[in-house]
Design a binder for this molecule. Structure first.
Ligand code: NDP
Length: 483
């Protein structure tokens, strides 16, 4: 059993509070527990983070970068343990955690450590009148709130730029997946992060998360999660003039044009739909296929989807593990039932797998599910499901594909599959999406802006966007003597 004892990471505060169970979604067994923090714990964490701010923000960029690199080293040295925690906490295949997500958590820290060492400031020559330059200063205590789907990957994606730029942090992982964040805070202490600089408060969203948002001494909030939570955060933070970054849900289209190289595209399209059980905000959930190719597409797509191995996440051969919790599986199953009630036909999946290894037979598994026959306006094609469920629709013209792609309240990610690059450029420019991938999906470079438009969020993460978000520009003008 994993017993997490500290509420607040680098402070190592031990509480005897009520505890939350941690459940392995693959086995439905309780594998540990964490203490449940409350608003008072957040207040203490913010006080300590505020106290640590002058020293951390005053450290040289070289020193801050060195600590972040040391922390990345620690993640890499503990990669297998962290991957095991994430797989057991979240249900993701161990191989995905080990080979992609934990290395990415280390890469997040290294990227922002290097970025601050390379950063240039702005300078304006005012001619005979003088000069102007911009100082960028950290904003104080940053509140970082992250979801359960990519626990350490997204946690570090927020924390790394906040710390690199000299802010101190109060962070809350999802109560559904608390383990890797706790281990991360232990590693941070050992890697040389000064006490109080990073404070991880475990607990529920509506208490701990809400208090971080409401706290008057936390001027910066970065949040990744559901759109309705984001809406509450925006409403609460706006009157306090807090700076907000909101990375929210999506209903992402995958557009397959008539000239797409289906054979080459298929492995990526299948991954775009079902990686991490479809529990990735950028996963495609609406496939739009040119009617000329829909028959060929469906034949090959269903063949590949049926070949996905759903099972024990610890098995190296597994492609899809369980959904994150029993509640979440209930929600996804209800969405599938609604799709059928709306007139959708199941091309494959829709139920729980009938054959599972003994160790995981009680887990929260669901088959990869493909639905057809649903109009763009129905709830299934409008609302985020956040699971292994996709719909397929046909289109006749590229204009129609763009119109359908845009016909939701969301605007996070899109992928377009075509050999005609001129067409790809034209479509990409018209699609209301924060990120569009052409002939790829999740081809990521940490310098590029990450985030969505419309109800998918406000602001962008990554690269220079993140460095600007966590700093306050101060424009300083100096007149030349006698000007
Ligand atoms: P939630 O919005 O339920 O939770 C996200 C985080 O916010 C959790 O840590 C949660 O805590 C916390 N939280 C909940 N209520 C509040 C509150 N009132 N104030 C402050 N914090 C709160 O989302 P999920 O965890 O269910 O994550 C899934 C969602 O995240 C999906 O909609 C998905 O699309 C989106 N997402 C978006 C991404 C993007 O980059 N655009 C990337 C990944 C996911 P707790 O869990 O303890 O309740």
């Amino acid at each position: 059993m994993i017993q997490v004892t500290s509420l607040i990471g680098t402070m190592q505060t031990v509480g005897d509070e009520s505890r939350m169970p941690v459940v392995d979604p693959a086995t439905a067994e309780e594998i540990g527990s964490v203490p449940v923090g409350d608003a008072a714990d957040v207040d203490r964490a913010v006080a300590i983070a505020s106290e640590a701010f002058p020293v951390w923000s005053g450290a040289s960029t070289h020193d801050r970068a060195a600590v972040l690199h040391a922390l990345a080293d620690a993640i890499e040295a503990n990669r297998d343990e962290l991957a095991d925690l994430e797989s057991r906490d979240q249900g993701k295949p161990l191989s995905l955690a080990r080979d992609l997500e934990i290395p990415r958590a280390a890469a997040n820290l290294r990227f922002f450590a290097d970025a601050i060492r390379q950063e240039n400031g702005d300078f304006f020559d005012l001619g005979s009148q003088g000069i102007n330059y911009t100082l960028r200063r950290p904003r104080g205590v940053a509140g970082c709130i992250s979801p359960w789907n990519l626990p350490l990957y997204l946690f570090t994606w927020k924390i790394a730029p906040a710390l690199a730029t000299g802010n101190t942090v109060v962070a809350k992982p999802s109560e559904v997946t608390p383990l890797s964040a706790h281990r991360f805070s232990e590693l941070a202490s050992r890697a040389g992060l000064p006490p109080g600089v990073l404070n991880v408060v475990q607990g529920r969203g509506d208490t701990v998360g809400a208090r971080i948002v409401e706290h008057p001494d936390v001027p910066t909030i970065t949040f990744t999660g559901g759109t309705s939570t984001g809406e509450w955060i925006a409403r609460t933070a706006a009157p306090m003039f807090k700076r907000l970054s909101l990375e929210l849900g999506g209903k992402n289209p995958i557009i397959v044009c008539e000239d797409a190289d289906l054979e080459a595209a298929m492995p990526t399209i299948v991954r775009a739909c079902f990686q991490n059980q479809g529990e990735i905000c950028t996963c495609g959930s609406r496939i739009l296929v040119h009617r000329e190719r829909i028959k060929a597409f469906m034949a090959r797509f269903l063949e590949c989807v049926s070949a996905l191995k759903v099972g024990d996440p610890l098995d190296e051969e597994t492609d899809m593990g369980p959904l994150v919790s029993a509640d979440h599986r209930d929600k996804v199953e209800a969405a599938v039932a609604r799709a059928v009630a709306e007139g959708g036909t199941l091309a494959c999946g829709g139920g729980r797998p009938s054959t599972l290894p003994d160790r995981v037979r009680d887990g929260f598994f669901l088959e990869p599910t493909v639905l057809m026959g649903l109009d763009q306006s129905c709830a299934t094609n409008q609302e985020e499901i956040f699971g292994p469920v996709v719909t397929v629709q046909g289109f006749d013209t590229h204009g129609e594909a763009v119109t359908r792609a845009n016909a939701t309240g969301y605007g996070l990610a899109c992928s377009i599959w075509t050999r005609d690059l001129d067409r790809a450029h034209r479509m990409a420019a018209r699609i209301e999406s924060g990120m569009t991938w052409v002939n790829s999906w999740m081809l990521r470079d940490l310098r590029t802006p990450f985030g969505g438009m419309k109800h998918s969020g406000v602001g962008r993460e990554g690269g220079a966007e993140a460095l600007r978000f966590f700093t306050e520009p101060r424009s300083i003008t100096i007149a030349h003597a006698g000007s």
